[in-house]
Design a protein around this ligand. Sequence first.
Ligand code: FES
Ligand SMILES: [Fe+2]
Length: 445
Amino acid sequence: MPSLSSTVRDLIDDRPAEGIFRVHSRLFTDPALFDLEMKLIFARTWNFLGFEADLSKAHDFVTTSIGRTPVLVTRSKDGEVGAFLNRCPHRGATVCQQEMGSARAFVCPYHAWTFDSAGQLIGMKEKSAGAYPSNFDAMAHGLTPLARVGIYRGLIFGSLSEDVASLEDHLGPMKFFIDLAMDQGSHGMEPIPGRSVYSFRGNWKLQLDNGLDGYHLTTAHASFLEVMMRRRTGQGNTSANSLDFAKNMDARQSAFAFPNGHCALVNELPEDARRPFIDMEEVRSRIPEERARWVDLNYNTLIFPNLQLIQNTALALRIIRPLSPDLTEMHYFCLGAIGEDDDRRAMRLRAFEDFYNAAGLATPDDSAVYEMCQRGLAGGDGQWLQGYMRGVKSLEPGDSERARAFGVRADQSATGSIRSGFETQLHAAYRQWAAMMGDARMEAA
Ligand code: FES
Ligand SMILES: [Fe+2]
């Protein structure tokens, strides 16, 4: 148990030479650690903000948040993508209340200060009444722009801190997975309209862990596997066409820990378990075979700290929004190829709803176990958690043969089968957590 005088970094028990990796349960319960995470992690790195496809025209906007900070993302009349604090400089009200839409101007509901789609103040009610001192005009009255905004393959990221690497350097090997996803469509990919938003009473890192956890599939999702088995014998909704993992427990699994906290769990399922909605013939006609052959791969990835790109039953992207130490909001998107035919679009949606939707066959199981974890960890007595050790025996420093086959550079890799249920990919996330939380003292935490 870390002593009171130790640093936050000591809450990760990382002893590679001894084959030990444990995470302290305080990470999931301590309100002071949660506040530090908002300041030292979310406010200091690139965060996913939205899809360029949702800002296709001038004046389109979406709202989101970085940690708890509300953010407004717009396309200005000049076509520039900009991101601003969704916070009026007058008294702080959110100037935009909608999730997405199109607006030439944002009128603050409190005292009607008005901003254009480039964040500039264009109207101040009763300014001409002359109530302001002469130095007021010299102050900046527009919305505060984010320190950095970057776009990679249609995904918009932003940072509250200026002091971050370029977006491409930050993403590093994750570009391989984003490219695989975006290469499914000849014109790129878009979030299929409609979204699945729900919350669970648990810490945000429970989802961070679970998003790359294959070990729970046969227990937490036993009823899903049972449904798949029945479909295999022609019962139930056989048109839903979900992946039948139970048949493929011996398929190869690789776990990769990448720099900057990113990680991936990759399952190489056989050809007959692939997704019918990807037009592989079209993909092969467009991109080189050495990349095309992986477009249909199964992957669960984390772009640290809170973006998960997944291809299992469907191609999905989820954002984990931490609201408090024990409350998290999830935003789930099903990605579809821009311009794909109705049949493929329908197959994607049915597969997404089947497994991932808030009321799908899997997501409620996951939310239920997160809440059990949060209840189990309550009490403040603290404990080292052992859920990060599966795969330590198979660890290779750097790239495995599979990493080289995919063409990604990893900090550490493990290779086995789906039965291995690897957890070592998560070492990347917790090492990054420790590095960013740094030397903050536990008492201060
Ligand atoms: S808080 Fe926005 S105008 Fe007053
Ligand atoms: Fe799950």
